[in-house]
Design a protein around this ligand. Structure first.
Ligand SMILES: Nc1nc2c(ncn2[C@@H]2O[C@H](COP(=O)(O)OP(=O)(O)OP(=O)(O)O)[C@@H](O)[C@H]2O)c(=O)[nH]1
Ligand SMILES: [Mg+2]
Length: 361
């Protein structure tokens, strides 16, 4: 699990098809060639035949905003994989947990896809490298497909790029798809839109439980993972999470709380059991339909808004300075055929269902 000389060389070798280096000239050349319909058909054929290079190239196409045709062709094959999102603050042990989960799931004979998302900045390439080092032991396993992705620039934002990659891995036939993203603001909320089961990892002695309360993460967690449970404050954090949950009335699924020592592989079996339990509950209760419908709606909205956003920008750029914002917005909307004006729908309502209520409120 740690970075050895051999794992470093593996990372270099793997960086082409699987990795962060999607902009190499050879890749760009291949992408251009893909605009040729014969090449697109060949990619689909290779994908359907189970060639992992075709999966890597398909994800690259989606990342560069040219994946509509692929998703169109492959979407009917999706919906089978167990999809798991893993979020939490930097350094909590997400990649170590991912690696341990992959090892566990492989022992059960299942194939796995891992997506580690860099939600934001050019500064966190270090984090991506760290992810790759921790996952390096799995690079040689042909039944584990690992992909790092920076999602800026995708039409559908973080969720869009990641959702495409999840769809592709699912369609490719991976039994389990695991998405790791650093919990910074919006990204941890969005992860709940791309995976059926969301794990929120926290670490002792860091004030994490307060962050959970603040950021609305409580809403999205299907399983809380207290990692680094070898830390002396681990029990304290478990108590804090439990007492936070006691303040709520859950409509249906009550999040499970699992403690792990990812580095030593401890508690990983319990964590997998909790994932399976949640997945089974989703399917048996029928909740999976509503969940997937909401995820679908989110994805469509993001794609549509991403397209509109770019067009709105150019209309706004043409407007004079003498307009107030409402009048300006009316003009913009008219350009897109919306004649009822701003606020025709009344107050904007946040989409999505509320899963839990604070007791007594
Ligand atoms: N003591 C202890 N350390 C752990 C445990 N799990 C992971 N670590 C260490 O915590 C550090 C961060 O682990 P990562 O897996 O890189 O954490 P991450 O959440 O993926 O980090 P980012 O991707 O940078 O956000 C590493 O030094 C791990 O070895 C654990 O159970 N106990
Ligand atoms: Mg990581």
């Amino acid at each position: 699990m740690c970075a050895s000389a051999s794992s470093a060389s593996l990372i270099r070798r793997e960086a082409g098809p699987n990795g962060v280096t999607g902009t190499a000239p050879r890749v760009r050349e291949r992408e251009r060639a893909m605009d040729d319909p014969h090449a697109a058909a060949a990619l689909l054929t290779a994908f359907r035949a189970g060639d992992p290079r075709a999966l890597a190239r398909a994800i690259s196409r989606c990342e560069s905003g040219r994946g509509a045709g692929l998703i169109h062709a492959l979407y009917p094959l999706t919906g089978r994989a167990v999809t798991v999102g893993l979020t939490g603050p930097p350094g909590v042990g997400k990649s170590t947990l991912s690696s341990a989960l992959v090892a566990h799931v492989r022992k059960l004979g299942k194939t796995v896809g891992v997506i580690s998302v860099d939600p934001s900045s050019p500064f966190s390439h270090g984090a991506l490298l760290g992810d790759r080092i921790r996952l390096a032991e799995h690079f040689v396993d042909p039944d584990v497909f690992i992909r790092s992705m920076a999602s800026r620039g995708h039409l559908g934002g973080l969720a869009g790029a990641t959702a495409d990659a999840v769809s592709l891995m699912d369609a490719f036939g991976k039994d389990v798809v695991l998405v790791e993203t650093v919990g910074v603001g919006q990204s941890e909320i969005e992860i709940a839109e791309v995976a059926d089961t969301t794990l929120v990892a926290l670490q002792p002695g860091s004030g994490d439980s307060v962050q959970v309360l603040k950021a609305g993460v409580l809403e999205i967690a299907d399983v809380f993972v207290v990692n680094k449970s070898d830390h002396p404050m681990a029990l304290q954090l478990q108590r804090e999470i439990r007492s936070m949950m006691e303040m709520l009335v859950y409509d249906a699924w009550v999040p499970e709380l699992v403690s792990t020592q990812a580095l030593q592989g401890k508690g990983i079996d319990k964590l997998w059991d909790a994932i399976v339990a949640h997945d089974a509950w989703l399917r048996e209760s029928g909740a999976i339909r509503a969940k997937r419908r909401a995820a679908f709606a989110h994805r469509v909205r993001q794609l549509a808004l991403g397209t509109l956003d770019a067009r709105i920008e150019s209309v706004v750029a043409e407007l004079g300075d003498d307009l107030d914002p409402y009048a300006a917005a009316e003009i913009v909307l008219e350009r897109f055929g919306v004649r009822d004006g701003v606020g025709a729908l009344g107050n904007v309502r946040a989409p999505g269902a509320v899963r839990a209520h604070v007791k007594g409120l």
